[in-house]
Design a protein around this ligand. Structure first.
Ligand code: GDP
Ligand code: IMO
Ligand code: MG
Length: 421
């Protein structure tokens, strides 16, 4: 059995939820390994639309264990809300497992996220406001609180006292706001703990057992390569490693156990929040893509910035993730555009730049033109039935990035895809 990773190749929202849910049909275990409820993954099954933030998209299959690995940061209230929402819709959560060493998002993380963005003003990151940066900061600074500590009232109190001692000083002295009250926080968290408690285990053991029994594990990435703390458009990134390497440290599995890395790629590009976006179209094309592709954030509702596909950026994603194949989503959104542009390199100060640069500000994209197609492709399930110009677009991308496109999304529904396998 092959263990597979699904990773976003761009700035998130590539369609990882849909692709995971589609491909996880054959998997035995589905695992999230990074990020938190900054993610918003959509799965459309017939007339039912599910928007998942923390819980893996595999939960929609009743029989598969789904894991929130240690690399995920968990806001207990948000998790409980998501669990209750799914239960109300008849989804069974007996198969949900949460790592005992995953870090917990606390109210001061959410508050600091907001205050820091306000302090930065025009230079803000444009975060989701879910406390993600501050909780990972605490993890690395070795003052975080893990799920296991949350379960023990005495330990939780001690850890929280230590953490609040630090954070209240920062809140008062740096940001000039009121300190937080420990009893209020404890009361707020007490109610969620009991709902989550039965799901908390050593998830690395579950993953190890699955490997030993030759089961297929599917790792569902959140965010995207260009939001990675190392390989993204720093500092306009998230605070974790959504790239494939994050699976090993974020789930507790060795690199030798990974067989395939599937890069989910939108047929054009989007970004939410601030930061460089060389192929962005702040014009009618951008508006067309936003409206036709319903490009509004699942987590924050913000309009997504839209632009053309960027090949050097994709080659960067192939390189740092070791992609073995691409799942290209939203090809249907390009239908009706007479001309499609694809960025093949950049120019800066009269010089050609072939590779995605560490500083992507002030570079100008160099485009290659492709002819579009008019035919509705949403009901096509066979590759050979796609319009010739659509096939030419796909085959040119494959050739330029050097990785095969195996899945092609032609609509939001789980079944609306061409699977070349
Ligand atoms: P994720 O964060 O990577 O899981 O992606 P999101 O769910 O945030 O955003 C992707 C959006 O595109 C969702 O609304 C999906 O339902 C939708 N989507 C996914 N694949 C396709 C596709 O092939 N065609 C169309 N039209 N929509 C798609
Ligand atoms: P999914 O999994 C798109 C972006 C935010 C912001 C930056 C930092 O749905 O693809 P953070 O709250 O993480 O500190 O914000 O990262 N961002 C995402 N953009 N999709 C996501 O997740 C994102 N998660 C974070 O908009 O620019
Ligand atoms: Mg999303």
């Amino acid at each position: 059995m092959a263990n597979k990773i699904v990773v976003g190749t761009q700035w998130g929202d590539e369609g990882k939820g849909k692709v995971t849910n589609m491909l996880a049909r054959k998997a035995d275990l589905v695992v999230r390994y990074s990020g938190g409820n900054n993610a918003g993954h959509t799965v459309v099954i017939d007339d039912n639309k599910f928007e998942l933030h923390l819980i893996p998209s595999g939960i929609l299959y009743p029989d598969k264990p789904n894991i929130l690995g240690n690399g995920v940061v968990i806001d207990p209230q948000a998790l409980v809300e998501e669990m209750e929402g799914l239960e109300e819709r008849g989804i069974n959560l007996d198969n949900l497992y949460i790592s005992e060493i995953a870090h917990v998002v606390m109210p001061y993380h959410r508050l600091l996220d907001r205050l820091e963005e306000e302090r930065k003003g025009a230079g803000k990151i444009g975060t989701t406001g879910k406390g993600i940066g501050p909780v990972y900061t605490d993890k690395i600074a070795r003052r975080g609180i893990r799920m296991i500590e949350l379960l023990d009232e005495e330990q939780f109190t001690r850890k929280l006292e230590e953490s609040l001692d630090y954070h209240n000083t920062v809140l008062e002295k740096v940001y000039g706001v009121q300190p937080l009250d420990i009893e209020e926080i404890k009361a707020e968290y007490r109610s969620s703990i009991e709902k989550i408690r039965p799901h908390i285990i050593n998830t690395a053991i579950l993953i190890e057992e699955a490997c030993r029994e030759n089961k297929e594990i599917f790792f569902e990435g959140a965010q995207g390569t260009l939001l990675d703390i190392d390989f993204g458009t720093y500092p306009y990134v998230t605070s974790s490693n959504p790239t494939a390497g994050g699976v090993c440290t974020g789930a507790g599995i060795g690199p030798t156990e990974i067989d395939e890395v599937i890069g989910v790629t939108k047929a054009y590009q989007t970004r939410v929040g601030e930061g460089p976006f060389p192929t962005e179209q702040k014009n009618k094309i951008g508006e067309y893509l936003r409206e036709k592709g319903h490009e509004y954030g699942v987590t924050t509702g913000r309009p997504r910035r839209c632009g053309w596909l960027d090949i050097p950026l994709l080659k960067h994603a192939v390189r740092v993730n070791g992609l073995t194949e691409i799942a290209l989503t939203k090809l249907d959104v390009l239908t009706g555009l007479a001309e499609l542009l694809v960025c093949t390199s950049y120019q800066k100060d009269g010089e050609n730049i072939a590779e995605y640069p560490a500083c992507a500000q002030d570079i100008k994209p160099v485009y290659q033109e492709f002819s579009g197609w008019e035919e509705d492709i949403s009901s096509i399930r066979e590759y050979s039935n796609l319009p010739v110009n659509a096939r030419h677009y796909l085959e040119s991308i494959e050739e330029m990035v050097g990785v095969p496109i195996r899945i092609i999304g032609v609509g939001p529904g789980r079944e609306e895809a061409i699977n070349k396998d």
